[in-house]
Design a protein around this ligand. Structure first.
Ligand SMILES: Cc1cc2nc3c(=O)[nH]c(=O)nc-3n(C[C@H](O)[C@H](O)[C@H](O)COP(=O)(O)OP(=O)(O)OC[C@H]3O[C@@H](n4cnc5c(N)ncnc54)[C@H](O)[C@@H]3O)c2cc1C
Length: 444
Protein backbone atom coordinates (compact mmCIF):
# COMPACT_ATOMS: atom_id res chain seq x y z
CA UNK A 1 0.00 0.00 0.00
CA UNK A 2 1.37 3.42 -0.95
CA UNK A 3 1.73 5.85 1.91
CA UNK A 4 -0.15 9.17 1.69
CA UNK A 5 2.13 12.16 1.09
CA UNK A 6 3.29 14.00 4.17
CA UNK A 7 1.47 17.21 3.45
CA UNK A 8 3.56 19.48 5.64
CA UNK A 9 6.79 18.49 3.91
CA UNK A 10 5.46 18.49 0.36
CA UNK A 11 3.30 21.60 0.30
CA UNK A 12 5.15 23.87 2.72
CA UNK A 13 8.84 23.57 1.86
CA UNK A 14 11.24 24.84 4.51
CA UNK A 15 12.31 28.45 3.94
CA UNK A 16 15.73 28.70 2.25
CA UNK A 17 18.49 28.52 4.83
CA UNK A 18 20.33 31.68 5.80
CA UNK A 19 23.38 31.78 3.49
CA UNK A 20 26.75 32.40 5.13
CA UNK A 21 29.89 32.92 3.08
CA UNK A 22 33.25 32.63 4.82
CA UNK A 23 36.31 33.86 2.94
CA UNK A 24 39.57 32.28 4.14
CA UNK A 25 40.33 28.87 5.67
CA UNK A 26 42.82 30.03 8.31
CA UNK A 27 42.15 30.07 12.05
CA UNK A 28 39.42 32.73 11.77
CA UNK A 29 37.58 31.07 8.89
CA UNK A 30 37.87 27.49 10.16
CA UNK A 31 36.75 28.25 13.70
CA UNK A 32 33.80 30.27 12.39
CA UNK A 33 32.80 27.37 10.11
CA UNK A 34 33.06 24.82 12.90
CA UNK A 35 30.96 27.02 15.19
CA UNK A 36 28.25 27.06 12.49
CA UNK A 37 28.18 23.29 11.95
CA UNK A 38 24.96 22.77 13.87
CA UNK A 39 23.30 26.07 12.99
CA UNK A 40 20.34 26.29 10.59
CA UNK A 41 22.51 28.01 7.99
CA UNK A 42 24.10 27.03 4.66
CA UNK A 43 27.81 27.85 4.74
CA UNK A 44 30.10 28.29 1.73
CA UNK A 45 33.78 28.64 2.55
CA UNK A 46 35.85 30.21 -0.24
CA UNK A 47 39.63 30.01 0.15
CA UNK A 48 42.55 30.33 -2.24
CA UNK A 49 44.33 27.27 -0.81
CA UNK A 50 42.90 23.77 -0.44
CA UNK A 51 44.22 23.52 3.12
CA UNK A 52 43.90 24.95 6.59
CA UNK A 53 47.40 26.08 7.48
CA UNK A 54 48.83 25.96 10.99
CA UNK A 55 51.22 28.86 10.40
CA UNK A 56 53.00 28.71 13.79
CA UNK A 57 54.77 25.51 12.65
CA UNK A 58 55.74 26.60 9.14
CA UNK A 59 59.34 27.08 10.25
CA UNK A 60 59.50 23.37 11.09
CA UNK A 61 58.52 22.51 7.50
CA UNK A 62 61.24 24.87 6.23
CA UNK A 63 63.88 23.21 8.42
CA UNK A 64 62.95 19.60 7.71
CA UNK A 65 61.24 18.60 10.95
CA UNK A 66 57.61 18.27 9.82
CA UNK A 67 55.96 17.54 6.50
CA UNK A 68 53.62 20.08 4.98
CA UNK A 69 50.69 17.65 5.26
CA UNK A 70 51.05 17.58 9.03
CA UNK A 71 50.45 21.30 9.40
CA UNK A 72 48.18 21.84 6.39
CA UNK A 73 45.37 19.27 6.20
CA UNK A 74 42.83 19.61 3.37
CA UNK A 75 40.03 21.91 4.54
CA UNK A 76 37.51 19.73 2.71
CA UNK A 77 38.63 16.77 4.82
CA UNK A 78 38.59 18.73 8.10
CA UNK A 79 34.98 19.82 7.44
CA UNK A 80 33.75 16.63 5.75
CA UNK A 81 31.35 15.66 8.53
CA UNK A 82 29.28 18.85 8.35
CA UNK A 83 26.72 18.64 5.51
CA UNK A 84 25.76 22.31 5.83
CA UNK A 85 29.29 23.44 4.95
CA UNK A 86 30.55 23.55 1.37
CA UNK A 87 34.19 24.25 0.56
CA UNK A 88 35.11 26.08 -2.66
CA UNK A 89 38.63 26.68 -3.93
CA UNK A 90 38.96 30.19 -5.34
CA UNK A 91 40.51 33.60 -4.76
CA UNK A 92 37.98 36.21 -3.65
CA UNK A 93 38.50 39.32 -5.75
CA UNK A 94 35.70 41.57 -4.62
CA UNK A 95 32.68 41.94 -2.37
CA UNK A 96 29.56 43.74 -3.57
CA UNK A 97 28.16 45.06 -0.31
CA UNK A 98 24.99 46.36 -1.94
CA UNK A 99 23.98 43.18 -3.77
CA UNK A 100 25.60 40.92 -1.16
CA UNK A 101 27.76 38.78 -3.37
CA UNK A 102 31.39 37.68 -3.29
CA UNK A 103 33.19 37.48 -6.63
CA UNK A 104 35.93 34.87 -6.79
CA UNK A 105 38.12 33.36 -9.45
CA UNK A 106 39.59 29.94 -10.07
CA UNK A 107 41.75 29.07 -13.10
CA UNK A 108 40.44 32.00 -15.11
CA UNK A 109 36.79 31.28 -14.29
CA UNK A 110 35.00 33.94 -12.27
CA UNK A 111 31.95 33.15 -10.15
CA UNK A 112 29.65 35.02 -7.77
CA UNK A 113 28.41 33.62 -4.47
CA UNK A 114 25.47 35.37 -2.78
CA UNK A 115 25.31 35.73 1.00
CA UNK A 116 22.99 36.84 3.77
CA UNK A 117 25.92 37.02 6.20
CA UNK A 118 29.60 37.27 5.34
CA UNK A 119 32.72 36.53 7.37
CA UNK A 120 35.96 37.82 5.87
CA UNK A 121 39.07 36.17 7.33
CA UNK A 122 41.75 36.60 4.68
CA UNK A 123 44.50 37.56 7.12
CA UNK A 124 47.73 39.37 6.31
CA UNK A 125 50.65 38.77 3.98
CA UNK A 126 54.36 39.48 4.04
CA UNK A 127 55.31 43.15 3.65
CA UNK A 128 58.72 44.26 2.38
CA UNK A 129 58.00 47.89 3.33
CA UNK A 130 58.23 49.12 -0.25
CA UNK A 131 61.36 47.03 -1.07
CA UNK A 132 59.43 44.52 -3.15
CA UNK A 133 62.62 43.44 -4.93
CA UNK A 134 63.74 41.80 -1.65
CA UNK A 135 61.06 39.16 -2.21
CA UNK A 136 63.29 37.50 -4.84
CA UNK A 137 66.16 37.01 -2.41
CA UNK A 138 64.36 36.54 0.90
CA UNK A 139 61.11 34.58 0.89
CA UNK A 140 58.66 35.29 3.70
CA UNK A 141 57.14 32.64 5.93
CA UNK A 142 53.43 32.79 5.41
CA UNK A 143 52.49 29.95 3.07
CA UNK A 144 53.36 26.30 2.42
CA UNK A 145 54.94 27.42 -0.87
CA UNK A 146 57.27 29.77 0.97
CA UNK A 147 58.21 27.18 3.60
CA UNK A 148 59.07 24.63 0.89
CA UNK A 149 60.94 27.28 -1.07
CA UNK A 150 62.98 28.04 2.05
CA UNK A 151 63.54 24.34 2.70
CA UNK A 152 64.97 24.08 -0.81
CA UNK A 153 67.20 27.08 -0.28
CA UNK A 154 68.48 26.02 3.17
CA UNK A 155 69.29 22.39 2.36
CA UNK A 156 70.35 23.40 -1.16
CA UNK A 157 72.88 25.85 0.31
CA UNK A 158 74.63 23.06 2.25
CA UNK A 159 74.67 20.91 -0.91
CA UNK A 160 76.21 23.73 -2.97
CA UNK A 161 78.76 24.54 -0.27
CA UNK A 162 79.95 20.90 -0.35
CA UNK A 163 81.12 21.34 -3.97
CA UNK A 164 82.25 24.98 -3.80
CA UNK A 165 86.04 25.28 -3.93
CA UNK A 166 86.40 29.03 -3.37
CA UNK A 167 86.48 29.54 0.43
CA UNK A 168 84.82 32.98 0.33
CA UNK A 169 81.98 31.72 -1.87
CA UNK A 170 81.66 28.62 0.32
CA UNK A 171 81.40 30.77 3.44
CA UNK A 172 78.59 32.77 1.80
CA UNK A 173 76.72 29.52 1.05
CA UNK A 174 77.15 28.59 4.70
CA UNK A 175 75.80 31.90 5.97
CA UNK A 176 72.07 32.28 6.66
CA UNK A 177 70.54 35.70 7.25
CA UNK A 178 67.19 36.00 9.01
CA UNK A 179 65.55 39.43 8.92
CA UNK A 180 63.15 40.17 11.79
CA UNK A 181 63.42 39.28 15.48
CA UNK A 182 59.76 38.48 16.22
CA UNK A 183 58.62 34.91 16.96
CA UNK A 184 59.05 33.71 13.36
CA UNK A 185 62.59 35.11 12.97
CA UNK A 186 63.64 33.79 16.40
CA UNK A 187 62.25 30.31 15.72
CA UNK A 188 63.80 30.20 12.28
CA UNK A 189 67.25 31.34 13.48
CA UNK A 190 67.19 28.83 16.35
CA UNK A 191 66.23 25.97 14.07
CA UNK A 192 68.84 26.74 11.39
CA UNK A 193 71.48 26.87 14.16
CA UNK A 194 70.37 23.48 15.50
CA UNK A 195 70.24 22.07 11.99
CA UNK A 196 73.81 23.07 11.19
CA UNK A 197 75.40 22.44 14.57
CA UNK A 198 73.58 19.26 15.42
CA UNK A 199 71.39 17.55 12.83
CA UNK A 200 73.70 17.78 9.80
CA UNK A 201 76.95 17.45 11.70
CA UNK A 202 77.96 14.05 10.32
CA UNK A 203 76.35 14.25 6.89
CA UNK A 204 79.01 15.98 4.78
CA UNK A 205 82.61 15.07 3.87
CA UNK A 206 84.12 18.34 2.63
CA UNK A 207 82.31 21.03 4.60
CA UNK A 208 81.69 21.14 8.31
CA UNK A 209 78.05 22.26 8.67
CA UNK A 210 78.82 23.33 12.24
CA UNK A 211 80.87 26.25 10.83
CA UNK A 212 77.70 27.74 9.31
CA UNK A 213 76.86 31.26 10.48
CA UNK A 214 73.31 32.23 11.37
CA UNK A 215 72.73 36.00 11.42
CA UNK A 216 69.60 37.51 12.94
CA UNK A 217 68.87 41.19 12.21
CA UNK A 218 66.25 43.12 14.16
CA UNK A 219 65.58 46.84 13.73
CA UNK A 220 64.23 47.32 17.29
CA UNK A 221 66.48 47.35 20.32
CA UNK A 222 65.55 43.80 21.36
CA UNK A 223 64.07 40.50 20.20
CA UNK A 224 60.47 39.42 20.88
CA UNK A 225 59.62 42.89 22.21
CA UNK A 226 55.93 41.95 22.58
CA UNK A 227 56.95 39.35 25.21
CA UNK A 228 58.40 42.01 27.55
CA UNK A 229 62.02 42.92 28.45
CA UNK A 230 62.72 39.87 30.60
CA UNK A 231 61.81 37.23 27.97
CA UNK A 232 63.46 39.38 25.30
CA UNK A 233 66.79 39.13 27.16
CA UNK A 234 66.34 35.39 27.82
CA UNK A 235 65.69 34.82 24.11
CA UNK A 236 68.78 36.76 23.03
CA UNK A 237 70.93 34.89 25.55
CA UNK A 238 69.61 31.47 24.47
CA UNK A 239 70.08 32.23 20.78
CA UNK A 240 73.65 33.42 21.33
CA UNK A 241 74.38 30.19 23.24
CA UNK A 242 73.14 28.30 20.19
CA UNK A 243 75.66 30.22 18.08
CA UNK A 244 73.27 32.69 16.43
CA UNK A 245 74.83 36.12 15.78
CA UNK A 246 72.14 38.51 17.01
CA UNK A 247 72.21 42.11 15.73
CA UNK A 248 69.61 44.39 17.30
CA UNK A 249 69.04 48.01 16.22
CA UNK A 250 70.14 46.73 12.79
CA UNK A 251 68.11 47.67 9.69
CA UNK A 252 68.56 45.69 6.49
CA UNK A 253 68.77 48.40 3.82
CA UNK A 254 69.60 46.35 0.72
CA UNK A 255 70.16 42.80 -0.47
CA UNK A 256 71.13 40.88 -3.57
CA UNK A 257 71.97 37.33 -4.60
CA UNK A 258 75.20 37.32 -2.58
CA UNK A 259 74.33 39.04 0.66
CA UNK A 260 72.72 41.80 2.70
CA UNK A 261 73.62 45.37 3.53
CA UNK A 262 72.78 46.45 7.06
CA UNK A 263 72.77 49.78 8.90
CA UNK A 264 74.05 48.71 12.30
CA UNK A 265 73.08 50.16 15.69
CA UNK A 266 76.19 52.40 15.68
CA UNK A 267 75.17 53.95 12.33
CA UNK A 268 77.80 52.16 10.21
CA UNK A 269 76.70 50.27 7.12
CA UNK A 270 78.06 46.73 6.86
CA UNK A 271 77.78 44.08 4.21
CA UNK A 272 77.39 40.40 5.08
CA UNK A 273 77.88 37.65 2.49
CA UNK A 274 74.85 35.33 2.80
CA UNK A 275 73.37 33.32 -0.04
CA UNK A 276 70.33 32.24 1.94
CA UNK A 277 68.06 34.91 3.36
CA UNK A 278 64.59 34.88 4.85
CA UNK A 279 62.22 37.74 5.63
CA UNK A 280 60.23 37.75 8.86
CA UNK A 281 60.13 41.51 9.34
CA UNK A 282 56.65 42.68 8.54
CA UNK A 283 53.07 42.04 7.52
CA UNK A 284 50.35 43.94 5.70
CA UNK A 285 46.62 43.29 5.36
CA UNK A 286 45.37 41.18 2.46
CA UNK A 287 44.07 43.34 -0.43
CA UNK A 288 40.45 42.40 0.27
CA UNK A 289 40.67 44.50 3.45
CA UNK A 290 41.32 47.72 1.57
CA UNK A 291 38.50 46.95 -0.88
CA UNK A 292 36.05 46.43 1.98
CA UNK A 293 37.21 49.60 3.73
CA UNK A 294 36.83 51.69 0.57
CA UNK A 295 33.40 50.27 -0.18
CA UNK A 296 32.09 50.81 3.37
CA UNK A 297 33.98 53.92 4.46
CA UNK A 298 35.67 51.99 7.29
CA UNK A 299 39.10 53.12 8.39
CA UNK A 300 42.28 51.07 8.08
CA UNK A 301 45.26 51.04 10.40
CA UNK A 302 48.98 51.31 9.53
CA UNK A 303 49.04 47.70 8.29
CA UNK A 304 45.87 48.16 6.22
CA UNK A 305 43.72 46.17 8.66
CA UNK A 306 40.03 47.06 8.69
CA UNK A 307 38.72 49.01 11.68
CA UNK A 308 35.57 47.21 12.78
CA UNK A 309 32.71 47.83 15.21
CA UNK A 310 33.04 46.35 18.73
CA UNK A 311 31.12 43.24 17.54
CA UNK A 312 33.66 42.72 14.66
CA UNK A 313 31.18 43.88 12.00
CA UNK A 314 31.97 46.31 9.20
CA UNK A 315 30.68 49.85 9.97
CA UNK A 316 27.24 50.27 8.39
CA UNK A 317 27.08 46.55 7.49
CA UNK A 318 26.03 44.45 10.46
CA UNK A 319 25.77 41.44 8.12
CA UNK A 320 29.52 41.55 7.30
CA UNK A 321 32.18 40.50 9.82
CA UNK A 322 35.91 40.98 9.49
CA UNK A 323 37.80 38.67 11.86
CA UNK A 324 41.31 37.52 12.70
CA UNK A 325 44.47 39.18 11.43
CA UNK A 326 42.57 41.33 8.91
CA UNK A 327 40.61 43.06 11.68
CA UNK A 328 41.76 46.13 13.63
CA UNK A 329 40.03 46.27 17.01
CA UNK A 330 41.28 47.51 20.40
CA UNK A 331 44.95 46.99 19.38
CA UNK A 332 44.46 43.23 19.55
CA UNK A 333 47.54 41.35 18.31
CA UNK A 334 47.63 39.28 15.13
CA UNK A 335 47.69 35.90 16.84
CA UNK A 336 45.84 32.64 16.32
CA UNK A 337 43.78 32.94 19.49
CA UNK A 338 42.32 36.31 18.42
CA UNK A 339 41.40 34.80 15.03
CA UNK A 340 39.73 31.74 16.58
CA UNK A 341 37.79 33.73 19.15
CA UNK A 342 36.61 36.42 16.68
CA UNK A 343 35.62 33.72 14.17
CA UNK A 344 33.52 32.00 16.83
CA UNK A 345 32.05 35.32 17.97
CA UNK A 346 30.86 36.19 14.45
CA UNK A 347 29.40 32.68 14.08
CA UNK A 348 27.43 33.04 17.32
CA UNK A 349 25.92 36.35 16.23
CA UNK A 350 25.00 34.91 12.83
CA UNK A 351 23.36 31.87 14.43
CA UNK A 352 21.31 34.16 16.67
CA UNK A 353 20.25 36.30 13.70
CA UNK A 354 19.32 33.26 11.63
CA UNK A 355 17.09 32.32 14.56
CA UNK A 356 15.40 35.72 14.48
CA UNK A 357 17.44 37.57 17.13
CA UNK A 358 18.90 40.67 15.46
CA UNK A 359 20.84 41.73 18.57
CA UNK A 360 24.54 42.32 18.79
CA UNK A 361 27.24 41.87 21.42
CA UNK A 362 30.75 43.32 21.65
CA UNK A 363 33.67 40.95 21.25
CA UNK A 364 35.62 40.27 24.46
CA UNK A 365 39.09 38.79 24.06
CA UNK A 366 40.32 36.16 26.51
CA UNK A 367 44.10 36.46 26.40
CA UNK A 368 45.59 32.98 26.84
CA UNK A 369 49.19 34.18 26.37
CA UNK A 370 51.85 33.75 23.68
CA UNK A 371 54.70 31.34 23.09
CA UNK A 372 57.85 31.08 20.97
CA UNK A 373 60.22 28.11 20.71
CA UNK A 374 63.91 28.92 20.62
CA UNK A 375 65.43 25.47 20.23
CA UNK A 376 64.75 21.91 21.28
CA UNK A 377 63.73 21.96 24.95
CA UNK A 378 63.81 25.77 25.20
CA UNK A 379 60.92 28.18 24.68
CA UNK A 380 59.56 31.40 26.13
CA UNK A 381 55.94 31.94 27.15
CA UNK A 382 54.01 34.95 28.40
CA UNK A 383 50.82 34.09 30.28
CA UNK A 384 49.29 37.31 31.56
CA UNK A 385 51.85 38.68 34.02
CA UNK A 386 53.61 35.35 34.25
CA UNK A 387 56.79 34.70 32.25
CA UNK A 388 57.98 31.13 31.69
CA UNK A 389 61.14 30.12 29.87
CA UNK A 390 63.64 27.30 29.40
CA UNK A 391 62.40 23.69 29.67
CA UNK A 392 59.07 24.52 31.41
CA UNK A 393 58.35 26.98 28.59
CA UNK A 394 59.08 24.27 26.05
CA UNK A 395 56.75 21.75 27.74
CA UNK A 396 54.02 24.39 27.60
CA UNK A 397 54.85 24.99 23.93
CA UNK A 398 54.55 21.25 23.25
CA UNK A 399 51.20 20.87 25.01
CA UNK A 400 49.66 23.94 23.33
CA UNK A 401 50.85 23.00 19.84
CA UNK A 402 49.66 19.43 20.22
CA UNK A 403 46.27 20.63 21.40
CA UNK A 404 45.83 22.96 18.45
CA UNK A 405 47.24 20.88 15.60
CA UNK A 406 44.30 19.81 13.47
CA UNK A 407 43.51 16.07 13.42
CA UNK A 408 44.58 13.16 15.58
CA UNK A 409 46.79 11.61 12.87
CA UNK A 410 48.73 14.84 12.50
CA UNK A 411 49.26 15.07 16.25
CA UNK A 412 50.51 11.51 16.34
CA UNK A 413 53.00 11.88 13.46
CA UNK A 414 54.13 15.31 14.69
CA UNK A 415 55.08 13.77 18.05
CA UNK A 416 57.01 11.08 16.19
CA UNK A 417 58.87 13.66 14.10
CA UNK A 418 59.59 15.82 17.15
CA UNK A 419 61.06 12.78 18.91
CA UNK A 420 63.25 12.08 15.86
CA UNK A 421 64.46 15.69 15.73
CA UNK A 422 64.65 16.68 19.38
CA UNK A 423 65.65 13.46 21.15
CA UNK A 424 67.57 12.09 18.16
CA UNK A 425 69.45 14.19 15.63
CA UNK A 426 67.39 13.41 12.55
CA UNK A 427 65.39 15.58 10.22
CA UNK A 428 63.02 13.26 8.42
CA UNK A 429 61.51 15.83 6.04
CA UNK A 430 64.56 16.94 4.09
CA UNK A 431 63.30 16.14 0.62
CA UNK A 432 63.86 18.92 -1.87
CA UNK A 433 62.99 18.74 -5.53
CA UNK A 434 65.26 19.64 -8.43
CA UNK A 435 62.99 22.59 -9.06
CA UNK A 436 63.77 23.86 -5.58
CA UNK A 437 67.53 23.28 -5.73
CA UNK A 438 67.75 24.93 -9.14
CA UNK A 439 66.07 27.94 -7.61
CA UNK A 440 68.49 28.55 -4.79
CA UNK A 441 69.03 31.87 -6.57
CA UNK A 442 66.20 34.33 -7.11
CA UNK A 443 62.59 33.20 -7.16
CA UNK A 444 61.37 33.24 -10.77
C1 LIG B 1 55.24 32.02 10.58
C2 LIG B 1 54.14 32.39 11.52
C3 LIG B 1 54.20 31.99 12.84
C4 LIG B 1 53.17 32.32 13.71
N1 LIG B 1 53.26 31.88 15.02
C5 LIG B 1 52.23 32.13 15.84
C6 LIG B 1 52.24 31.62 17.18
O1 LIG B 1 53.20 30.98 17.59
N2 LIG B 1 51.17 31.87 17.97
C7 LIG B 1 50.08 32.59 17.53
O2 LIG B 1 49.12 32.75 18.27
N3 LIG B 1 50.05 33.07 16.29
C8 LIG B 1 51.09 32.86 15.44
N4 LIG B 1 51.05 33.35 14.17
C9 LIG B 1 49.91 34.18 13.77
C10 LIG B 1 48.71 33.34 13.41
O3 LIG B 1 49.09 32.32 12.52
C11 LIG B 1 47.68 34.25 12.80
O4 LIG B 1 47.30 35.19 13.76
C12 LIG B 1 46.46 33.50 12.33
O5 LIG B 1 46.81 32.58 11.32
C13 LIG B 1 45.41 34.46 11.80
O6 LIG B 1 44.32 33.74 11.31
P1 LIG B 1 43.42 34.34 10.13
O7 LIG B 1 42.36 33.34 9.91
O8 LIG B 1 43.05 35.73 10.45
O9 LIG B 1 44.39 34.43 8.90
P2 LIG B 1 45.20 33.26 8.19
O10 LIG B 1 45.42 32.12 9.10
O11 LIG B 1 46.37 33.92 7.58
O12 LIG B 1 44.21 32.76 7.06
C14 LIG B 1 43.89 33.53 5.96
C15 LIG B 1 43.21 32.64 4.96
O13 LIG B 1 42.66 33.41 3.91
C16 LIG B 1 43.02 32.86 2.65
N5 LIG B 1 42.98 33.98 1.72
C17 LIG B 1 43.73 35.11 1.70
N6 LIG B 1 43.32 35.92 0.70
C18 LIG B 1 42.30 35.30 0.10
C19 LIG B 1 41.44 35.63 -0.99
N7 LIG B 1 41.54 36.79 -1.65
N8 LIG B 1 40.51 34.74 -1.36
C20 LIG B 1 40.35 33.57 -0.72
N9 LIG B 1 41.12 33.21 0.32
C21 LIG B 1 42.07 34.06 0.73
C22 LIG B 1 44.38 32.25 2.92
O14 LIG B 1 44.73 31.29 1.97
C23 LIG B 1 44.11 31.63 4.30
O15 LIG B 1 43.37 30.44 4.14
C24 LIG B 1 52.07 33.07 13.27
C25 LIG B 1 52.02 33.48 11.95
C26 LIG B 1 53.05 33.15 11.08
C27 LIG B 1 52.98 33.60 9.64
Amino acid sequence: MTKPPILGARHHPAPPAHRVVIVGSGFGGLFAARALRRSPVAVTMIADTNHHLFQPLLYQVATGILSQGEIAPATRDVLRRYPNIRVVLGEALDVDLEHRTVTATRLGRTFDTPYDSLIVATGVRTSYFGHDGFRHWAPGMKTVDEALELRGRIFGAFETAETEVDPVARAAWLTFAVVGGGPTGVEMAGQIAELSHRALRRDFRVIDPATARVLLFEGASGLLTSFGPRLSKVTERDLRRLGVEVHTGAMVTDMDEHGVEVRMADGTVQRFGARTKMWAAGMEASPLGRLLAEASGAGVDRMGRVEVEPDCSLPGHPEVFVVGDLMALDDLPGVAEVAMQTGRHAARLITARAGGDPGSAPFRYRDLGTLAAISRFRAVARLGRLSVWGFPGWVLWLVVHLAFLTGFKNRFTAVLHWAISFIGRGRSERTITSRQTDRVGPVA
